[in-house]
Every structure is written in structure tokens, then in C-alpha cells.
Design a protein around this ligand. Sequence first.
Ligand code: H2B
Length: 106
Amino acid sequence: MVAVASAAECAEFVSRHPQWRCDGPTGALRRDLQFDDFATAIAFIQRGAALADALDHHPDWRNVYNRVWLVLTTHDCGGVSARDFVLGAQLDQLAVELHAAQPPAR
Ligand code: H2B
């Protein structure tokens, strides 16, 4: 059983990774990304899928053209755990490599 993160741990992750939002320890981590084009968005998903599989921790994500919406939660604890922080940090690094931009809010 994985422990649900504390509110302080969620706040610390968001302060270190400000593109992410956390709607509370029993919610999820969310990040929206925008890439140069569809091919780069799919490259993010393919490379991100390999990172996720290596961690046995899989994002919920949605893609429309050059945009990707990410949601990270841990089913085992019904909320956010350290596993989400690890995968979120790895996806941030990948986003930098693929020159992701923060899309306009909608
Ligand atoms: N992914 C995510 N995001 N949360 C989980 O709790 C989770 C997962 N659990 N991937 C894993 C797989 C679990 O279902 C398997 C059995 O290890």
C-alpha cells in the first residue's frame, strides 16, 4: 500500500515544478503542455510511456494535435503519492528536451 502524500509534500512539489497543479492529496497532479506540432506531442507520449512503464506508473493523458493534458494519480492510495512526484519530475525533464510550452489556459 502506498501512502497518500501530505498537503505540504504536494505544495513542495508544485513549488519545485510550477507547471504542475495539485488539487489536493486526494486529488491529482495536472499539467498541460503544448508542442511545436503533432509529431512532437506524439514523441512526448511515446517517450513518456517508456518512462512510465519503467516505473510501473502510468499517466492519464489526452492529446489533441500539438497539446497534451496530463493527470497523475496513484490508484492504490486514491490520490497523490511519491510515485506521482517521481514520474512528474521525469516528464518535466522530457518536456524540456522536447521544447514544450505552457499552453494558454482554457
Ligand atoms: N499507474 C498509476 N498512475 N497509478 C497506479 O496506482 C498504478 C499505475 N498502479 N500503474 C499500477 C500500474 C498497478 O495497477 C499495477 C498492478 O502495478
